[in-house]
Design a protein around this ligand. Structure first.
Ligand code: NAP
Length: 488
């Protein structure tokens, strides 16, 4: 790495506050938490390690700010979001580098995430001023029905490491727009992007206490007391289904309103009437976005027998040609996985498939380098009992499996406890609707490998969770409906 690159990287990391952001102030802690660059395994920063008292102070600040924030004009709330959007776009170069340094993804992908994350602020800046109710005569007469929408109240947000900014702004944008205050706890591997974002909100004029950020080594011990605290009115979690289930249980204590954006196992279906080259392009996006570390990542490719070999070979060729390396290098297309555990899990799934008869068309092993690199991998002849088909891979591995009929394809797609997203490639519109209607998922990509969009309702069914983020639905997660029966 050239000395100038190193200086710039250091300057970007140094520019981020490393404390807890509580009540509009940055607070240091005695203990700290090291943040690693997954491309080198080196610690690049130390951030605050919150204890239970710090977390309770953050909730206290959110609770104290709630009343005034709910009364702040919606136009003012929207304008703060809009200013924060402008600042994010202005600083995209620094934000993308910071994200790549702590998470590992290629710089172009970090840029795409910063823009996507900012889009939620833009979208909800507009939605803030469109919160409305209803007024009507009761259907049998005698009185009037008034419905009004009010902010839910102080929220808790817990977010994962794979999209360090966007998973936060998908919650923070609508909460601010609706008039809710919040405490957010980003993942311990990637706290820097969220700290940089809190600084942006501060500069955009967000009053102290409306958003509070706590970073911690021990998420469970600091968050459970907040989830069970009566001042909390809502929990929104993005992460694994396993942790989501625990948090739902904890939320039962005070019947907390809950949104859950959990794991996925997305099927990617290609019918024999599809354009195979288009399908390969879409597959590259659906599989390789974020190095396969996305809840929306295509986990398994179900392909009509007539085109399965052609698709697998073309995909293997493209996957094998991607440059692997440090994400900060602009030519790199595949960065390191987040840590050694994640890489170990990916390798284990490939070994299991190989032991059960799968052919490795490309990849199938760690790549060289100090970071947690794994080669893009395509598997064919995958047996039905291979774990790679039923478990979330979260890495650059594409198992390809043939099918004989449309019914078989739909049944295979739905044969999972997850239900986040599915991808369908076909040129037959009648078939497209039949298949889409048969799929048990919250989202479908038809002839495209990307569904994420701030103006659309993102979310899953089955064990992928409940609630929607983005779109006109997104703000409803932060509003309560009050009905008034009026005799006047
Ligand atoms: P994870 O292990 O569930 O962690 C997610 C967040 O929960 C992190 O902030 C983590 O903190 C925190 N956490 C862990 N245990 C906790 C506990 N007992 N109490 C409170 N908080 C706790 O998931 P991950 O490995 O970071 O992320 C990958 C998963 O997220 C995948 O399953 C992926 O599909 C899912 N995901 C879903 C969506 C969606 O929109 N549906 C989007 C992105 C990712 P620490 O970092 O401190 O452990």
């Amino acid at each position: 790495m050239a000395a100038t690159d190193q200086t710039r990287e250091q300057a970007v990391v140094d520019s981020v506050p490393k404390g807890l952001y509580i009540g509009g102030e940055w607070r240091e802690t005695d203990e700290t938490l090291g943040v690693e660059d997954p491309s080198t395994g080196e610690v690049i920063a130390e951030v605050a390690d919150a204890q239970v008292d710090d977390a309770l102070a953050a909730l206290g600040a959110a609770h104290d700010a709630q009343g005034d924030w709910a009364e702040t004009a919606s136009r003012e709330r929207g304008e703060i979001l809009r200013r924060a959007y402008d600042l994010m776009i202005e600083r995209v170069d620094d934000l993308e580098l910071l994200m790549t340094l702590e998470m590992g993804k290629p710089i172009a992908e970090s840029k795409a995430e910063v823009t996507y994350a900012a889009d939620f602020l833009h979208w909800f800046a507009g939605e803030a001023t469109r919160i409305s109710g209803e007024f009507k005569p009761a259907e049998k007469g005698g009185f009037r029905v008034l419905t009004m929408r009010q902010p839910v109240g102080p929220c808790l947000f817990i977010t994962p490491w794979n999209f360090p900014l966007a998973m936060g702004t998908r919650k923070i944008g609508p909460a601010i727009a609706a008039g809710c205050t919040a405490v957010i706890k980003p993942a311990k591997q990637t706290p820097l992007s969220m700290l940089a974002f809190a600084q942006i909100l501060e500069e955009a004029g967000l009053p102290g206490g409306v958003l509070n950020v706590v970073t911690a080594k021990s998420s469970g011990s600091i968050m459970e007391p907040l989830i069970k605290d009566p001042r909390t009115r809502k929990l929104s979690f993005t992460g694994s289904t396993e942790v989501g289930k625990k948090l739902i249980e904890q939320s039962a204590d005070q019947v907390l309103r809950v949104s859950m954006e959990l794991g996925g196992n997305a099927p990617f279906l290609i019918f024999d009437d599809a354009d195979v080259d288009d399908a390969v392009e879409g597959a590259m996006i659906a599989k390789m976005r974020n190095i396969g570390e996305a809840c929306t990542s295509a986990n398994r490719f179900h392909v009509a027998e007539a085109v399965a070999d052609e698709f697998a070979e073309k995909l293997a060729q493209k996957m094998g040609a991607l440059k692997i390396g440090r994400g900060a290098d602009p030519d790199v297309k595949v960065g390191p996985l987040i840590d050694d555990d994640q890489r170990g899990k990916v390798a284990e799934l490939v070994e299991d498939a190989r032991d059960k008869g799968a052919k490795v068309l490309v990849g199938g092993e760690n790549a060289e380098g100090a970071g947690y690199y794994y080669k893009p991998t395509v598997l064919s002849d995958v047996s039905d009992d291979a774990r790679v088909l039923s478990e979330e891979i979260f890495g650059p591995v594409a198992p390809v499996k043939g099918f004989q009929s449309e019914d078989e394809a739909i049944a295979a797609a739905n044969d999972t406890e997850y239900g986040l997203v599915a991808y369908v490639y076909t040129s037959n519109l009648k078939r497209a609707f039949r298949v889409i209607e048969g799929l048990e998922t919250g989202m479908v990509g038809l002839n495209q490998g990307l569904v994420s969009n701030a103006g659309a309702p993102f979310g899953g069914v089955k064990q992928s969770g409940f609630g929607r983020e983005g779109g006109k639905e997104g703000i409803n997660e932060y509003l309560e409906t009050k009905y008034v029966a009026m005799k006047v």
